[in-house]
Ligand binder design. Structure first.
Ligand code: PLP
Length: 382
């Protein structure tokens, strides 16, 4: 054969790769089938549906979520929007918690309404009966996010899921705060559990990914079909990084939770701070539900400053040296944001009595983080 042909044919490995601790990162759009019959007999025939690393991750997430089926998406937002699309059709009505991640609200308002789905928002403090009182004959799905990732209300997932089920309404929980570990939505009766793996599972602020998990066979099939029909695909390197993050999730989360609580308790005693919104703090909103349902806390919580000008809030944030200013969380590093501009789109007005701030407590020493916060609070108060 000519060299140009030999260069195309060379380097194919027929034997199985050596057994390593983690799955091989198989890169491939094309999958070679063993014979002509396999072309059309339902054998996996194309790489978009995933290869070794993606399947390894889906299996591991099934274990984490206690789910029969898990689908992967190229971001947490895509997992939310796809899971919603998987179960709705034109003419349906959707109930969404008012504290939902803001881009999900945009999707509901701008995309779903265009396709003939009616959307209403409900107060995150409502119980099961309260939420279901807003449902009508066309209500098909209730979206929950617990706790809300800015305002930290804990929802009674079990009660809402039970009420919904009795009326034939499905429930979907954004469980990014619980990371699949601190809270198990499916075990509490929810139908679909979504998380932004981008946050704690990946854990290093360098990969976008989302997952949707279900156990009911019809929902597992609907999620799978939704991925296939929309052409979602996740890169093998990204799936590998997510699986690598999953191995240390429990260890990292324990440390985030412990340090977060140390910082939260300290903040609660500072004169510049009105309230701390941390579900694991006794007396905080949602604490009783948290104590009933959660096995721990992550590093994300809010606090309310005594009233001060927006300029003072900016001065506080700019004075921080160990906390980065950024809209994410779940990585190894600490982050801070102010929240009030993000609350403007909400239906149910909330007034915390002062500027609302959010911290993600990372894996640094909590003593150093506290010293950084103290000098920034001096700037706010001074
Ligand atoms: C970040 C986040 C998402 C979206 O995840 P991406 O991977 O950034 O798209 C969804 N829900 C919550 C609660 C989040 O914090």
């Amino acid at each position: 054969m000519d060299e140009e042909t030999r260069l195309i044919r060379a380097g194919h490995i027929d034997r199985l790769p050596a057994q390593t601790v983690s799955p091989p990162v198989q890169r491939g759009s094309t999958v070679l089938l063993p014979n002509a019959k396999a072309l059309y007999d339902g054998t996996l025939g194309y790489g978009r549906a995933g290869l070794s690393a993606q399947f390894g991750l889906m299996d591991a997430l099934g274990e984490l979520e206690g789910a029969r089926g898990v689908q992967l998406f190229p971001s947490g937002l895509a997992a939310m929007t796809a899971a919603i699309m998987a179960v709705l059709k034109a003419g349906d009505h959707l109930l969404v918690v008012d504290s939902v991640y803001r881009p999900v609200r945009y999707f509901c308002d701008q995309v779903l309404r265009r396709f003939g789905v009616a959307v209403d928002y409900y107060d995150p403090r409502l119980d099961g009966a309260g939420v279901l009182a807003l449902a009508g004959p066309a209500t098909r799905l209730i979206v929950l996010e617990s706790p809300g990732s800015l305002t930290f209300e804990i929802q009674d997932v079990a009660a809402i899921a039970a009420s919904a089920r009795s009326k034939g309404v499905l429930t979907l929980v954004d469980n990014t705060w619980g990371a699949g570990l601190l809270f198990k939505p499916l075990a509490h009766g929810a139908d679909i559990s979504v998380q932004a793996l981008t946050k704690y599972v990946c854990g290093h602020s360098d990969v976008f990914m989302g997952s949707a998990a279900a156990s009911d066979p019809a929902l597992v099939a609907a999620l799978k079909a939704c991925v296939a029909d929309h052409g979602w695909s996740v890169a093998p390197e990204d799936a590998y990084q997510a699986l690598r993050g999953l191995r240390t999730l429990a260890t990292r989360l324990a440390r985030h939770g412990e340090s977060g609580l140390t910082v939260a308790r300290w903040l609660a005693e500072q004169p510049e701070v009105l309230t701390v919104l941390h579900p694991a703090l006794p007396g905080a909103p949602g604490h009783d539900l948290w104590a009933r349902d959660y096995s721990g806390a992550c590093g994300l919580f809010g606090f309310v400053l005594r009233p001060g000008t927006p300029e003072k809030v900016e001065a506080l944030l700019d004075a921080l040296t160990l906390f980065g200013l950024g809209f994410s969380w779940g990585g190894f590093e600490s982050l801070a944001i102010s929240c009030d501009p993000q609350l403007k789109k909400r239906i149910i007005p909330i007034d915390h009595g002062g500027p609302l701030m959010r911290l993600h407590v990372g894996l640094e020493s909590p003593d150093d983080l506290i010293a950084d916060l103290r000098q920034a609070l001096d700037v706010y108060g001074g």
